[in-house]
Design a protein around this ligand. Structure first.
Ligand SMILES: [Zn+2]
Length: 370
């Protein structure tokens, strides 16, 4: 949403192969449902007689007729509904097919998701077939390379989260804070669905819908907030997207004096071109409050000069600079913070706080430092 994060091509390609299998299964159930209970023979017709997918979907996931698994039952329920309402089932399949290409049409002004849309009665039966794919991705084994014809090894959620690490430089793409190290207690490399899978289960393993975020964002996100609203035209136009439209270069971030306390700052985030997008970003992630609190906590007990005190020591080493030289130090610190946006955690909020301090608190900083 804030910093651009893109699933690398090799992971994108492999996850897309798995996603296409999921779509194939859904389209078959909706457009040409079998006459009765879904059988292994049906899957042979669908995937080909020699496909390794047969044993993967076979007995364990379908179950024998007398020991049907939950997933097997879900296939039957959706097929049954499709048999009784063939016209609508076809429209649902078309809607899902349309939505699966959302990433290729993100910049079309008329883009909206078509499913569930008016087909709310189909959400639960589609979800019961679509959502387990995410659970399988999240399992330790994930999707095996040979079964799904993948080019770069087995596909797991952990692999996808790892794939985002190099480009993230340890920074959360949603809030500009630290991501946390993988495998530590503070491991916060959490999997985010941009389109929540509870509302759009057909996109649950879509390769342009899974991103990594920090724990704070994940917990806020998990409140089931949907930055795209109902994923209608206005909703999609009113939000940034982690890979298709990132916000960092589009927003302006300004620190002001907090209305509650003269020595505290209050951060505001705006988008001059499309104000709604900045509002959505703030509402979804609570960024203004989180950034303001973070800056104020740093100053607590250490004064407003805390952001430049180390640079002050490094530059002047015991000498006494004049006021103009301290002003220059602040200018340089602002330039440094701006230059490091996306490369050092918390740079955006720091640049804003420093600018405010230079404009309004320079006398206080000089008093603290000299
Ligand atoms: Zn975050």
């Amino acid at each position: 949403m804030l910093h651009k994060r893109e699933l690398p091509a090799s992971e994108f390609e492999d996850l897309n192969k798995v996603y296409q299998v999921k779509l194939k299964l859904l389209f078959w159930l909706l457009r040409t449902p079998p006459a009765g209970q879904v059988t292994k023979e049906d899957l042979e017709t669908l995937f080909g007689k020699n496909s390794k997918l047969l044993s993967w979907f076979g007995a364990r996931r379908l179950g024998k007729p007398d020991k049907r698994t939950q997933f097997g039952n879900s296939l039957d329920v959706l097929a049954d509904k499709a048999r009784s309402e063939p016209l609508q089932a076809n429209q649902v399949a078309n809607a899902i097919e349309h939505d699966a290409a959302f990433h290729q049409h993100w910049h079309d002004s008329s883009l909206e998701l078509k499913f569930p849309g008016v087909f709310t009665a189909w959400l639960d039966p589609v979800k019961a077939v679509a959502e387990p794919f995410y659970d399988w991705l999240a399992s330790e084994k994930g999707f095996p390379k040979d079964t799904f014809g993948l080019s770069h090894g087995d596909m797991t959620r952990a692999k996808i989260m790892q794939a985002y690490r190099p480009q993230s430089l340890g920074i959360c793409g949603y809030c500009d804070g630290p991501l946390g190290e993988i495998g530590t207690k503070a491991d916060a490399n959490d999997c985010e669905h941009f389109f929540p899978k509870s509302k759009w289960p057909h996109l649950a393993i879509h390769p342009a819908n899974l991103f990594a975020s920090c724990k704070g964002c994940n917990e806020t996100w998990k409140l089931d907030k949907t930055p795209m609203g109902n994923a209608d035209e206005a909703g999609i136009r009113g939000t940034y997207h982690p890979s298709l439209l990132s916000g960092a270069s589009l927003i302006s971030v300004v620190a002001k004096q907090s209305p509650e306390h003269p020595m505290r700052v209050s951060i505001e985030i705006r988008d001059g071109a499309v104000p709604k997008r900045a509002q959505t970003l703030v509402n979804t992630l609570d960024l203004e409050a989180r950034w303001s609190n973070d800056v104020n906590e740093k100053m607590d007990g250490r004064g407003v000069s805390v952001f430049v005190s180390k640079a002050f020591q490094d530059r002047f080493r015991g000498q006494t600079p004049d006021e103009a030289e301290i002003g220059e130090l602040l200018d340089d610190s602002i330039i440094w913070a701006r230059k490091n946006i996306g490369q050092e955690e918390r740079s955006i909020r720091q640049a804003a706080a420093l600018q405010y301090q230079k404009d309004c608190q320079l006398a206080q900083i000089i008093q603290e430092l000299l």
